[in-house]
Design a protein around this ligand. Sequence first.
Ligand code: UGA
Length: 444
Amino acid sequence: MTKLRISIAGCGFVGLVTSASLASREFNVIGTTIIKEHVDLINKGKSPFYEKDLDEILQKAIRSNNLRVTTDNTDAVLNSDITFISVGTPMRDNKSIDLSYIDKVSQEIGQALAKKNDYHVVVDRSTVVPGTTRNLIGKNLEKYSHKKLGKDIGLCMQPEFLREGESVYDTFYPDRIIIGQYDKKSGGVVEKVWRDFYGKDLPDLVKMNIESAEMVKYANNCFLATKISFANEFANICEKVKDLDIKEVMAGIGMDKRISKKFLNAGAGYGGSCFPKDVNALKAFAESNSYNPQILSSALSVNEQQALHVVDLVRDKLNILKDKKISILGLSFKPGTDDMREAPSIKIVENLAKEDAKISAYDPYAEESAKRAIKADINYSKSIEECLEGSFCAIVLTEWAEFSKITPDKFKKQMKYPCVLDARRIYDKEVFSKELDFLAIGLG
Ligand code: UGA
């Protein structure tokens, strides 16, 4: 059976990874982007951003001529059977969702469909608040194509669950596929794509209505964000009581299969392009529907506080921060990426700087993006040694592997006063507590 021809609007990490993955398994894929400079780059097999394992599948996809990228959505729609939408849905200043890219791209797809005779399915993969796929995308498709949903055009919403840095792996080995369908015919077309892609390894595939699928994505991210805030709240309680350790407590509850040990690491708080944006968007959505979402509000406020709590811990230890050198180890929102979006390091560094601490920061990948994200005037070190030299306190904010290898001796040798604040719980508390002044999130 022949495979369906695919077009994917958006070449961000979800769109490009999905395009390259499908093309690497012999699907014919056309990707579109509004960023002209990215077109040539991608068509030469180079990703405009770093994502683990992407280069390899992208080069394979381009070499085999299964993938090409263009700025022209009409070309993409006319030469495919199904269009996935993977464009950004950023957070507005008032923290609600910005749907302008979704609006524009669905208008363009509608205009292209006006020129097409065959049935075509449009699938939203961008995270959108419930109702958006049907009421914005669906309406735009009908209005600009002068055709009918269900008759000439199919519509689905398939949320994605890809983690930045692991998105290639997550594409090939997802836990499940959720398809929100306008009607059975549309859902059947999307199912065929994934049946052909995974073959006998097809993961669990569940179909539901479009609005429920939109909500699955939010419920998923909000649940994980809440789990992290739950761990952070317990960490704060543990810190008040001698000998309590959040790591042991969360390891203990994580063994309960109903809870699972994942996303229970207490730390400096969650960041990134998804959790902060999605929890805020759903809170705004609930409020606009006259509901006050108390758990989401708490998850958000615990997360806001957690970064400030790191600052409090340093101040409690050093008393006066003015003119004292403080070393920041790690700036990106998580290891494996240079992404600084909503990274807790931004708030921590800026608050320490407000108190006139002299900040030196080292991150193996994120220096350039940090310079754009952090407004305070701080020193960026080129090595761990330079960052620690003459410092009063070292704070680990991102659990990069190279930081785990730093020994207490090394801290003692480089620092003026050897105080380490382990905000990601990467060090052995027995070893470090014996050797230096050791503080850690969730350690009483
Ligand atoms: C997250 C979800 O994990 C993906 O399933 C989802 O598809 C994606 O958002 C999205 O909506 O597109 P991502 O933002 O890439 O993926 O990063 P995660 O690995 O989930 O980490 C998010 C934040 O939580 C990081 O700042 C991390 O340090 C923090 N975190 C994570 C903790 O503080 N503790 C934990 O136990 C786990």
